[in-house]
Write a protein that binds this ligand. Structure first.
Ligand code: GRF
Length: 203
């Protein structure tokens, strides 16, 4: 898989660690980032995983056409069959030759809420402020909607009275690491089947 990340890189690290086990059916071919100083870059270096910085431009939230072409080329030349978005802070758009077209049904994102609740940024804070008693994370296939593609796996945790956005995010993150690894494993084993909005084969 190619991993796309913009930040700290803890989900990427969970995948890199798990991939070291020969019994795991997937491996990380490369990291692609739009942030040269991202923690994810240090993770790549510590695991000897090739990484590439792509100049994604100023168009906040979106990729320039050049950046998108470069990402597609990097993923293809790395031999990736899956693209994993692990805190990649850009919105992917549909269109011929774009990442979602070239890797149709093969782009997975990890999001820190129980979708379809709390899409977008600061999902953990949104959940806390809304007052839900159960929060969690979702791994889902990516389509051109933001955090709206078919859900692969979810994991739930209880929200405590004394939770802050930070403490809640920390507990959700532990779940994310397990969920992202399992979603990749199921994908690599060929178990996942997209049937409309449902993803089958996850039991
Ligand atoms: C995670 O909470 C992920 O769900 C979200 O961005 C965050 C990335 O964290 N999409 P990390 O960089 O993997 O530590």
């Amino acid at each position: 898989m190619a991993v796309l990340a913009s930040g700290r890189g803890s989900n990427f690290k969970a995948l890199a660690e798990r991939s070291q086990d020969r019994a795991f059916p997937a491996e990380v071919a490369c990291l692609i980032t739009d942030q040269r100083a991202a923690g994810a870059v240090s993770v790549a270096e510590s695991f000897n995983i090739p990484w590439f910085w792509v100049d994604a431009g100023e168009r906040r939230g979106r990729l320039t056409a050049d950046a998108e072409s470069e990402i597609v080329a990097r993923c293809e030349s790395a031999g990736a069959r899956l693209v994993l978005l692990a805190g990649f802070m850009r919105i992917l758009e549909s269109g011929e030759g774009k990442l979602l077209d070239r890797f149709s049904g093969r782009v997975i994102n990890i999001h820190p809420s129980l979708l379809p609740s709390f899409k977008g940024l600061q999902a953990q804070r949104q959940a806390l402020e809304y007052g839900v008693k159960v929060a969690g994370c979702s791994a889902h296939f990516v389509d051109a909607s933001v955090d709206g593609g078919p859900i692969i796996l979810q994991s739930a945790i209880a929200v405590h009275d004394d939770d802050t956005a930070e403490s809640l995010a920390a507990r959700i993150l532990g779940e994310e690491h397990a969920v992202v690894v399992r979603a990749v494993e199921l994908f690599a084993l060929g178990k996942l089947k997209i049937d409309g909005r449902r993803v089958l084969g996850t039991e």
